[in-house]
Design a protein around this ligand. Structure first.
Ligand code: MN
Length: 230
């Protein structure tokens, strides 16, 4: 196959304890999936879940330096459990959904909150608020064959050593299998798709120089340093 411009390498997440990489196809993200965060964002109750997507090229593998993005003055962190699928399908039964999961990671759904709010206020898409360069720092993947399927355990974030988010995976409004089942009603899911499964309360702004340490007990940790804008 001859390409008109050089072909790029597909974005991929390293697999912990292995030399293998997990190629990433699409990034689905669920909104408002922890009750306390739903409240802080102005929602109430167990409404139908909603999703948005980020480009797989927004991944920052294993964290590290993340540049303060353009066109925002309210740049937020959102710590999330990330689920990677090795098996696709449509209309997946919630009881079989875990069979589709390759492994888990810790991710940050970085958000230009002011641009997201502008979209909400004007009935416009969220892409500029959510799907931008370097907006998806993510740890290596830990296979379910090694760590099982975590449905409980602390999910937390420290900024410059101070705790900003802390909740339990059990506080999710829509569980991971329910999210997979719901998504597969709307999309044909494919191997390589990953899901950011929502963030706990305590979201807030960061600035250049800030150091973020995100973790999920039983999965792993992710370190990010915010560097000046490009
Ligand atoms: Mn999020």
């Amino acid at each position: 196959m001859a390409y008109a411009i050089p072909l790029w390498t597909p974005p991929a997440l390293p697999v912990a304890g292995s030399a293998e990489q997990f190629p990433v196809r699409r990034i689905f993200c669920v909104g408002r999936n922890y009750a306390e965060h739903q409240k802080e964002m102005g929602g109430d109750g167990r409404e139908t879940p909603f999703f948005f997507l980020k480009s797989e090229f927004a991944l920052i593998v294993r964290g590290g330096e993340v540049h303060y993005p353009a066109k925002t003055s309210n740049y937020h962190y959102e710590t999330e459990l990330v689920v990677a699928l090795h098996k696709g399908g449509r209309r997946i039964d919630v009881k079989r959904a875990n069979d589709h999961i390759f492994g888990y990671a810790v991710g940050l759904d970085m958000t230009r909150r002011d641009l997201q709010q502008w979209g909400k206020d004007h009935g416009r898409p969220w892409d500029f608020g959510k799907n931008f360069d370097e907006s998806a720092p993510c740890s290596e993947l830990h296979p379910a064959s090694k760590i099982g399927h975590p449905s409980k355990g602390a999910i937390w974030l420290q900024v410059n050593g101070k705790q900003r988010q802390r909740a339990d995976l059990g506080d999710m409004i829509w569980s991971v299998p329910e999210q997979i089942a719901f998504l597969s009603e709307h999309y044909t899911l494919e191997p390589g798709d990953i899901i950011f499964t929502g963030t706990p309360a305590g979201v807030g702004p960061v600035k250049p120089g800030d150091e973020l340490l995100a973790g999920i007990d039983g999965v792993t940790e992710l370190k990010v340093k915010i560097s000046p804008a490009l």
